[in-house]
Design a protein around this ligand. Sequence first.
Ligand code: ADP
Ligand code: MG
Length: 225
Amino acid sequence: AEEMMIRSEKMSVAGQLAAGIAHEIRNPLTSLKGFLQLLQAGVNRKEEYYKIMIDEIEKMENITSELLFISKPLTDNKESENVQELIEDVVTLFKPQAKLKNINLIWEKSGEQKIFCDRSQIKQVLINIIKNAIEAMNDTGDLKINVLTSEYNVLIDIIDEGPGIPEEVIHKLGEPFFTTKESGTGLGLMITTQILERHSGKLEILQNEEKGSTFRVILPEAAAK
Ligand code: ADP
Ligand code: MG
């Protein structure tokens, strides 16, 4: 019965995805067609139209590359990994972007927490959350990453000073294609939750007392050898 339930849940996600994809791809296509027709008719705002068309194509590119990630076969390649090393790799990746936006990326290597995971998938989780945090913050502010251990879990907190998340929106995060961004795909958090499920982990979203929000990744700690 349990297997059945899992399967039917997957079906509905697939159905939701298919509807979403159709919608998300059709809008840019319609717009592309319209601008091509204008160009065909010989208008003179060519440069402006080219720019819009490239933006629309980029949006479709983003969606397709995220979908390719989802449709990858579920070949988990799990090993015991050092959490701090994974974070270090991802922090390095984001340093230039954070600097550009005057955001202080605050993280100090502390401890030797181990998790049993697919390295690239957990990095993807951190990338998705940190990318959102940076996007949520206007110029300047602190973006902190803290690692804690609690009972048998490793907790990775990503704490931003963005606007926070409105109460009425919080339950929609992780729904395919839910986005509040002009050119967002609304797939990042869905992929994130799926990866965490595959690792017996989960994502908690907390409102900060001062400002912004905290995305807490919870994963079982690997037994020390
Ligand atoms: P996308 O980033 O393409 O919009 P995501 O699934 O990554 O898709 O995020 C969905 C939505 O969740 C975002 O559009 C945004 O409204 C909200 N969100 C995610 N992270 C944060 C954050 N750190 N602060 C405020 N809102 C956030
Ligand atoms: Mg995102």
